[in-house]
Design a binder for this molecule. Structure first.
Ligand code: CAA
Length: 701
C-alpha cells in the first residue's frame, strides 16, 4: 500500500502531502507518517520551511472516527506530533482546501501559519459526535481567537467559512489557485528570521477576568439547556483549564476529557448515527454502475404546504421547479407562502435579497399538468387519498417524458398500487417528505416492486444534493417511520385511558429525550389528520379488532378538538403554549369506563417510556425481518432525523442493543401479563426472539 504521507524537497522547501482518501482522516497510518516525515525534515539541513498539503478533495477532515470504536485513538499520540511540528525550528504552513475539521484543523492550528482557499471551511465539530477536541483544539483555539468565539465554535460544532475564520484570527491569508504556488508566495513574503516559528501554544490568552466571565456565562447557559450534549460541559472545562493552567497542563486535562468522551455512550450513539446516515445511501441489490438520470428540472403537483416545502428544496440548490395547482387562488397562495418563508429567512439575515430573487426566479407556477412535460422528476403532493392520487398519477404517466421519474409523496398509501396507475411503474417511487418539507432532514424513499434501479439511484443522489438524509423503505403500510409510530401512539393513548395525563406522558418521553411528546406532536400535526388516516385504515381492514384502539384521538376529532390550530386537542392552547385541560382527562376516564380499562394512579415515568419504546423496537424488528428496512441502522436514521428521537441515544434499535434484547423481551412479557395480550400487542417479533436467544444485537444483523 502506498504511504499516506510523503514529502519532497522543492528548492529548500519541504513539501509534505497527506493522501488518505476519501477525506484524509488522521488515521494511525497518517499519524505515523506525519511523525516520520517531520522527524526527517527536522534533521534535514537542506530544507528551511515546510508546506503541508493534502491530496484529493479536502484538507484533513478530522481524526479517523472508525478508530474510536476499533482501535486506540491516541496510539501514535497526535499531541506528540503537533509538539514536534510546533518546535520544528522551521516554519510550517498548512494550506487548506475543502474542510479542515477536528483533528485536521488541530493539525493546522499546530502549524505556524495557515492559508486557505476562500471556499474552504474550518471548524471543531467534535461535539456533534459527543466528543471533546482531543489534540489541542480547546487550548490553541482559545489562544488564537479568544475565549468567547472559541466556545462558540466548539459548542456549536458548526464549521465556518475561511474568510470568517481569517477575521477571527484562525487563518492568516485567503489565497486563490494552486496551493503550492500560494505557499511559496507566502514564504517569500515572510520576514527572514522574524516570526519564523510562531506558536499558538505560546500566545497569551487575553484579559483573564473577561475570559472567566465568558466561561461562567457559557456554564450558566448550559445549565438552562436540558438537552445540551454531555460533551459541552467538558469543552467548557477544557477552556477553563486553558485560561487557568499552563499550556502543557491544559493539554493534559483536554486529553483526559477527550478519552472520557470517546468512551461515553453518548459519543458511541452519535458516531453510530454518523456512519448510519452514510450507510443508508448504499442500496442492496442495485447493479454496479447503474446510470443515474440528470435532474435539471422538477415538477411538483399541489401547491399546498407540503408541495410548497418540497419545491423549496430544489430551488434552494438551483434546480428550477414548476409548481402546479388546479386553481389560480390556491397557486397564488402557495407561491406567496414560499416567498414569505424566504422573506423570514432574509429578515433573520440568513439570506440576501439577491439570493431570494434568484430562488424565486427559479420557480414557475402553472395551472396545467402539461407544463411538467419536460421535467426530469415530477412529485405529486396532492390530498392523501388513493383515488385522487391514482387519477393524478394516471395523468402524469401519459404526460411525463420517457424516463422521467414520477414520485408520490404519500405517507401511507400502497406505492405499488399507485405505480400501476401510471402505466409505467418502473419510473415510479415514493418520496415521503416530512413536514415542514423544506426543514426536516429525513426523506423516506419508497422502493416499489417495479421501481427501476436507475430511478432509485437517481433519487438517492438527488436527496443528498438537496441536503436530505434518505432512507430506502419497502412498500408496507406507513413505510418504516409511520408504521413504527402506530404502536408507540397506541401505548401513549392507552396510558391516558389508564389514568396518565397527556402532560405526564409527554414529559416522561421528553425527559427520555424525544424532541416532543406524542400528544404535543399530534396536536401540532393535527388531530384531524391523524384521525383521518386511522379511519381510512379502518375502512381498509388494517386495524386491530380492539374497540379501544386509538379511541382517544378519534373522540377528540369527533369533538372538534383538532389540535393546536383549533386551540384545543390533547391540550388547550394559549397562543402556542400547551396547557393541561381537565376535559381531556374526563374524556379519557369516560373511554376507560366504556372499554373496561382499569384506572390507576401509579403510572411512573419509567413505565411510560418502556411502554412506548418497546413497541417501537418490536415493530422495527418486524420491518427488518420483512425486508422493509434493509438495516437496523436505517431505522435509527429514520427516527433520529424524522421523528425527534434523540441522536445521543442512537435511535430505537441502537437503544435496544444498549438496553439488551433479552431485557426488552422480558419487559414485554411483563406488560403482556399485566395488561393482557388479547390483540397481540406484546407479541415479540421473531427476529427479536432469535437475536436475543443467540446473544446477538441488531447491529450484528
Ligand atoms: N473518519 C473516518 N471516516 C470519515 C470521516 C472521519 N473523520 N469523515 C468522513 N469519513 C468517511 C465517511 O464515512 C464516508 O465514507 P463512505 O464513503 O464509506 O460512506 C466518506 O468519508 C465521505 O464522507 P461524506 O459522505 O460525509 O462526504 P461529504 O463530502 O459529504 O462530507 C465531510 C465530507 C464534511 C468531511 C464529512 O464527512 C464530515 O463532516 N466528516 C466528519 C468530520 C468530523 O467530525 N471530524 C472530527 C472528527 S473527531 C476528531 O477529530 C477528534 C479529535 O479532536 C482528534
Amino acid at each position: 500500500m502506498s504511504r499516506p504521507v510523503t514529502w519532497r524537497k522543492d528548492d529548500g522547501l519541504a513539501v509534505v502531502t497527506i493522501d488518505n482518501p476519501p477525506v484524509n482522516a488522521l488515521s494511525m497510518a497518517v499519524r505515523q507518517g506525519l511523525l516520520d516525515v517531520f522527524r526527517q525534515i527536522r534533521d534535514d539541513p537542506a530544507t528551511h520551511a515546510v508546506a503541508l498539503l493534502c491530496a484529493g478533495r479536502t484538507f484533513v477532515a478530522g481524526a479517523d472516527i472508525r478508530e474510536f470504536s476499533e482501535g486506540d485513538p491516541v496510539a501514535v499520540d497526535p499531541n506528540g506530533i503537533f509538539d514536534l511540528i510546533e518546535h520544528l525550528g522551521k516554519p510550517v504552513l498548512a494550506t487548506i482546501h475543502g474542510t479542515a475539521l477536528g483533528g485536521g484543523f488541530e493539525l493546522a492550528l499546530a502549524s505556524h501559519y495557515r492559508i486557505a482557499l476562500a471556499n474552504a471551511r474550518v471548524g471543531l465539530p467534535e461535539i456533534t459526535l459527543g466528543l471533546v477536541p482531543g489534540a489541542g483544539g480547546t487550548q490553541r483555539s482559545v489562544r488564537l481567537m479568544g475565549v468567547r468565539p472559541a466556545l462558540e465554535l466548539m459548542l456549536s460544532g458548526t464549521p465556518i467559512a475561511a474568510p470568517e475564520a481569517m477575521k477571527k484570527g484562525l487563518i492568516d491569508e485567503i489565497v486563490e489557485g494552486d496551493l503550492l504556488a500560494a505557499a511559496k508566495a507566502f514564504f517569500s513574503r515572510l520576514p527572514a528570521g522574524g516570526e519564523a516559528t510562531r506558536r499558538a501554544s505560546e500566545r497569551p490568552i487575553g484579559d483573564a477576568e473577561t475570559a472567566l466571565a465568558d466561561i461562567e456565562s457559557a456554564r450558566q447557559e448550559l445549565l438552562g439547556k436540558s438537552r445540551a450534549p454531555l460533551a459541552a460541559a467538558r469543552i467548557v472545562d477544557c477552556v477553563s483549564a486553558a485560561v487557568s493552567q499552563s499550556f502543557a497542563q491544559g493539554l493534559e486535562f483536554e486529553r483526559h476529557q477527550f478519552l472520557a468522551s470517546v468512551r461515553s455512550p453518548e459519543s458511541a450513539a452519535l458516531r453510530h448515527i454518523f456512519f448510519a446516515e452514510r450507510e443508508a445511501a448504499r442500496i442492496p441489490g442495485l447493479p454496479e454502475g447503474v446510470q443515474k438520470h440528470p435532474v435539471a428540472k422538477v415538477g411538483v403537483i399541489g401547491a399546498g404546504t407540503m408541495g410548497g416545502g418540497i419545491a423549496m428544496n430544489f430551488i434552494n440548490v438551483g434546480i428550477p421547479v414548476v409548481l402546479i395547482d388546479m386553481g389560480q387562488e390556491a397557486l397564488d397562495r402557495g407561491l406567496g407562502i414560499i416567498r414569505r418563508n424566504y422573506e423570514t429567512t432574509l429578515a433573520k439575515g440568513k439570506l440576501t435579497r439577491e439570493q431570494l430573487d434568484a430562488r424565486m426566479a427559479l420557480l414557475t407556477g402553472a395551472l396545467q399538468y402539461g407544463d411538467v412535460a419536460d421535467c426530469d422528476l415530477v412529485i405529486e403532493a396532492v390530498f392523501e387519498n388513493m383515488s385522487i392520487k391514482k387519477e393524478v398519477l394516471g395523468k402524469l404517466g401519459g404526460l411525463c417524458k420517457p424516463d422521467a421519474i414520477i414520485a408520490t409523496n404519500t405517507s401511507s398509501l400502497d406505492v405499488d398500487e399507485l405505480a400501476l396507475a401510471t402505466g409505467r411503474p418502473q419510473d415510479v417511487l415514493g418520496m415521503h417528505f416530512f413536514s415542514p418539507a423544506n426543514v426536516m432532514r429525513l426523506l423516506e424513499v419508497v422502493r416499489g416492486r417495479q421501481t427501476s434501479p436507475a430511478a432509485l439511484a437517481t433519487v438517492m443522489a438527488l436527496a443528498k444534493r438537496i441536503g436530505k438524509v434518505a432512507v430506502v423503505s419497502g412498500v408496507c403500510y406507513g413505510f418504516i417511520g409511520n408504521r413504527m409510530l402506530e404502536g408507540y401512539l397506541r401505548e401513549a393513548e392507552l396510558l391516558l385511558m389508564e389514568g396518565a395525563t397527556p402532560a405526564q406522558v409527554d414529559q416522561a418521553l421528553e425527559a427520555f429525550g424525544m424532541a416532543m411528546g406524542p400528544h404535543r406532536m399530534m396536536d401540532l400535526a393535527g388531530v384531524d389528520v391523524g384521525a383521518k388516516v386511522l379511519i381510512e385504515r379502518g375502512k381498509a381492514g388494517g386495524l386491530p379488532a380492539d374497540p379501544a384502539y386509538r379511541s382517544v384521538i378519534q373522540t377528540l376529532h369527533q369533538l372538534g378538538r383538532n389540535g393546536q390550530k383549533a386551540g384545543v386537542g390533547y391540550y388547550r392552547y394559549e397562543g402556542r403554549k400547551a396547557v393541561s385541560d381537565p376535559v381531556v382527562d374526563d374524556i379519557c376516564a369516560g373511554l376507560a369506563a366504556r372499554y373496561g380499562i382499569a384506572r390507576r394512579s401509579d403510572i411512573a415515568a419509567g413505565e411510560i417510556v418502556r411502554r412506548c419504546l418497546y413497541p417501537l423496537i418490536n415493530e422495527g424488528a418486524k420491518t427488518l425481518e420483512e425486508g422493509i428496512a434493509y438495516r437496523a441502522s436505517d431505522i435509527d436514521v429514520v427516527w433520529t432525523s424524522g421523528y425527534g428521537f434523540p441522536a445521543r441515544l442512537g435511535g430505537p434499535m441502537h437503544q435496544a442493543d444498549v438496553i439488551g434484547l433479552a431485557a426488552i423481551l422480558e419487559g414485554m412479557a411483563v406488560f403482556a401479563r399485566r395488561y393482557g395480550n388479547q390483540y397481540g400487542y406484546w407479541e415479540p417479533a421473531a427476529l427479536l426472539q432469535k437475536l436475543a436467544a443467540s446473544g446477538q444485537r441488531f447491529a450484528d444483523y
